[in-house]
Design a protein around this ligand. Sequence first.
Ligand code: F6R
Length: 613
Amino acid sequence: MCGIVATIGLGPAIPVLLDGLRRLEYRGYDSAGLAVVDGGQLTLHRQVGRVRELARQVPGTLPGHVGIAHTRWATHGKVTQANAHPHVDADRRIAVVHNGIIENMGVLKARLQASGVVFRSETDSEILVHLISRYYAGEDGVPAGDPLAAVRAALRVVRGTWGIAVLFADEPDMIIAARNGSPLVVGLGDGQTYLASDPHALIAYTRRVVFLEDGDVARIDARGVQTFQLDGGLVDSVIETMDEVWGDEDSGDYPHLMLKEIYEQPEALERCLSGRIVPAGGTAKLGGLDMAPKDLAKLSRVGLLGCGTAFHACQVGVQLIEQLARVPAKAEIASEFRHRNPLVDPDALFFALSQSGETADTLGAVREIQVKGGTVMGIVNVVGSSIARSCGRGVYIHSGPEMAVASTKAFSNMISALAVFTLMLARQRTLSAYDGRLYVEQLLAVPDLVRRYLENPGPIDTLVEWVKDAGLVLFLGRGLSAPVAAEGALKLMEVAYVPCIAYPSGEMKHGPIALLETGSPVIVIAPRDELRDKTLSNLQECKARGARVAIIHTEGDDIAQHADLSIAVPETSPFFSPLLTVLPLQLLAYRTGLALGCDIDRPRNLAKSVTVE
Ligand code: F6R
C-alpha cells in the first residue's frame, strides 16, 4: 500500500525523497507528496498520479536537509490533491505522512471539528496532524513544544494501525516516527539518517538498519535513532545489516516488468530448489524450518494461509501435502482466518505465504496463531519483511524482486517451496526412497520445461481476441487445476479488467453454467492426470451450450481435438502441472492487458503490498 520515506542530515533532502518515492511507487500510485523544512519554513508539494508528476513540480534546487514524503494508495477519501500526503496543521508548522487506518476517525474528527478545527481532506490521516498540533501547543497537560510528547499523546487517543513520520517546522533537527501494524525501518548513514516503510527505498544509501517494532515511537536525527515505547522508556535499537538487497526496478530488455518476471520463472524456480534437494536420498532439507525428523513425524495437520495469488498457491500446496504426505491440510484466506476465532491445534504447523511479507491480513493471521500458542512459519519472498521477522522461522522462496503488481514468479516459487516441504514430510511418512527419487527427478526437470514452454507459448494471441471484449470469461479446472483456474481468472481481471469467474469444473453445472451463451469464452485447464476425463465431460457440457472452449493441456494429449482452441504445455508429473499450466494464463493476462492498452505493471486501484486490512 502506501509508502513512506524521510531523511535528515548533511545532504539535501529532495533527491533522497524523490528517489525513495520512485522505489516505493509499486506500493501505491494514486498520489505522491513531500514536505521539507528550511530556514524555519515548511514547504509542501503534492500531486495526483505518479511520482514523476510530483518530481516535475518540485524544484530540484529546493533547499532543506530534512523532509518526509509519501506515495498513496487511497483508503479513506478519493484520489485528489487535497487527500494526498503529507497533511499539515492549520498553521503549516507540522506535517504528517501516515500508512494505515485510524479506526476511530468518526469520533475524533467530530470532536476536533467541534473545537474549531477545519479539515481540508477526507482522509483519516489528517486527524493525526491536528491532534499532534494541539498537544504540541500544550493541550491536556502535555509539555508544550515537545515533539516526542505531542506525538505520543496523539497516538494514545487514536485506534488503528499506523506507520507515521512527523516533521516540525520549529524542530528542524529531528523527525518523529512511530509504528503500529505498518512497517517502518530506519537507515543509518554517515551524518545522514533515513526512514522508510520498506528497506528497498534505502538501498542506495545504507545497509545498516533498525526495524521499528509495533508500539515504538522514534526520534530520528542526523546521528541516528532513539526508540521509545509508546507508554514506556527507551528501547535498545538493534542494528541489522541488510544482506539480500534488490536492485532497482528495471524491466531490462522487456517492455514491462510483468513480462520480464514471467520469463524469469525458470531461473527463479532453480534458485528456489537449489541446495534444498537431496537426490540420493530422494528427499529434501529446508534449513529455515529448523525441524527435526521427529517433529515432522508428529505433525497433526498443516494449515496454509495467504491472500490472492498466495492463497491460490496454498490451495495447490494442501493437495500436494494430503496426496503425498497423507497429512490433513487446509488452505485458508488469511483475512477470514484471522477474524473467525480459529481453533489452533498445538501439534499443527501453519505456514503464512506472502510474496511481500507485508500483507496486513496474513500478518494478522500469523499473530492470531502465535497468540493461541500455535507454530507458524513464513513462506516469503522478501527477506527481512514483517512476516518473515514475525515468524522467525520459514522458507524464503528466492524469486528475486517481483515488482509488477500482478504476481507471477512468486506464485510458482511458493508452489515449488511447498513441493520441497511436501517431499520432506512425505519421506517421514509414507513415501519410499524410490518414489522420493522419482519425485526429485521430476521436480528438478520443471525449470527446463517452463523454459521450453516460454520459448514457444502457442496461440495465446487468438485467445486474446476471444477474451478481450468478452462480458465474462469462465475458467474451469479440477483438483490441482482448480486453483490454477482461479489464478488465471485473477490475473486476467487485475491486469486487463476483464470480468472472470473460476470454478472447479464439477461445480459448474450447479450454477455458473447458466451464464453460458453461444460464443461465451471458457478456458479449461486439463493436464493429463486422473481427473482429465471428468474435466473433458465438463468441457463437453460447455460446448453443448454453445460456448467457445479453449483447453490448456499436456503436449500430445488428444483431448485437444475436443476444444475450439488448444494450448499445449510440456508433460510433467501431475503434481507439478500447475507450474506449467499457469504459464499460458499469465501470458494471456499480459497480452490482453497490452491489447486493451492497460497499465500492465500498475493496474488501477491496486498496490503491490496490501498493508491495510
Ligand atoms: C495478484 C496479487 C495479489 C497478491 C496478494 C498477496 O496478482 O499480486 O493477489 O498475491 O495481495 O500478496 P503477498 O503475496 O505479498 O502477501
